[in-house]
Write a protein that binds this ligand. Sequence first.
Ligand code: SF4
Length: 464
Amino acid sequence: MTPTEPDRRRAEARSEPLRALLIGTYEMGRQPFGLASPAAWLRDAGVDVTCVDLTRERLSNDVVSRAGLVAWYLPMHTATRLALPIIQRVRDVNPDAHLCGYGLYAPPNAQLLAELGVTSVLGPEFEADLTDLAVALGEGRPPPAAATQLPRLRFKVPDRGALPPLAQYAALSDAAGGRRLVGYTEASRGCKHTCRHCPIVPVYEGCFRVVAPDVVLADIRAQVEAGARHITFGDPDFFNGPTHAVEIVRRVARTFPDLSYDVTVKVEHLLDQVNLLPTLRDTGCAFVTSAVESFDDRVLEILDKGHTRADVARAVEACRAVGLVLTPTFVPFTPWTTLDTYCRMLEEVAALDLIDAVAPIQLAIRLLLPERSGLLAHAEVASAVGPFQPDGLIYPWRHPDARVDALQADVTALVGRWVTAPRREAFEAVWDLAHERAGVSRPVPEAGASARAAIPYLNEPWYC
Ligand code: SF4
């Protein structure tokens, strides 16, 4: 790559080392791993790094104007959407800064980012490339060409020193009603599965990368020393590499016996690795999140989820049998949802005694169709979508039955109003609304053995 005019001006004018500014806009209430990890790499390379997590801090014009490289961490849809206006602001304040977007959502949105003036777009395995970029800019060299293949990195222990303290982030309400400071780490990235709706698939294409156990343990140690009493493993699927996963949780339990943690495991793995569930329980797993998505086998097949409605029931039973809490997530509103199937989903949640395990926002989630979504090629989706909306970063779709779209909008508004209410109350309100719209009258079943107080949960709702 040849240097751009701003790159050249910056290199000529620079009398001090390059300053890199890493910006996070949203990471589901967690202290951002995607700033801490590259900060360690950049500092090791002698780059002066500033991290700003906009969910907890303000971005000052002074910090922006001193940066030679400004890079946004774009791990998910909401984070990317929130970054767009900030990119414009940074350009206005510091037109000479080299702009970079990195993370899962950067490559699919490369064209839009380029239109906004972002010159370098790096993928979700970004640490080495970002470091090479910063070093090259610092030496006045042209930015290196972006890697064409997903790199295999030797991860470093994240540097969390410049981030806001863990007390400012989401906390865990534990089963005893206590509150635990939460840390976050990743033992793997990517996924070996290829679910059609998943934003990981177009970028990782069915592969994943593991982080060395020593690095994971060191990152956890640093967060425990900073007060964490619970760790969220952000691996897209913790059982993609079960041997690796088990080594880590056993070492965590031996080293930090009072620490709890949570993981995400797909239904298929909960069943094919059922013998590992007691290990999760015995090593401090407070809950397992699992992307159930739907109870409709046709929808599950379209999404290529690798499980059926009956599998979900078996996974719930398997977890319950060993005393593991399962917290399902859903995509209840798809082009294939009907008023009847939505009600049936609520009825299934109740029948499986999962009402208290489901965050109310999960009842309102609408299928997202971002750039490169594998679903865009599906005939029934292709006929329902409109042109790409750059401000929303989605292909909007309209349900053929307007009553379903109206229900989705009303459920979203309803759970927004009930955000601090007990989950069962929010569920009952959604139940009543949905059944009224479907023209049926059915009371919410009585609570089963599982009570809200017994379900640990993070106090930040879940958006992606
Ligand atoms: S298992 Fe989960 S992370 Fe993996 S492709 Fe499917 S939805 Fe994505």
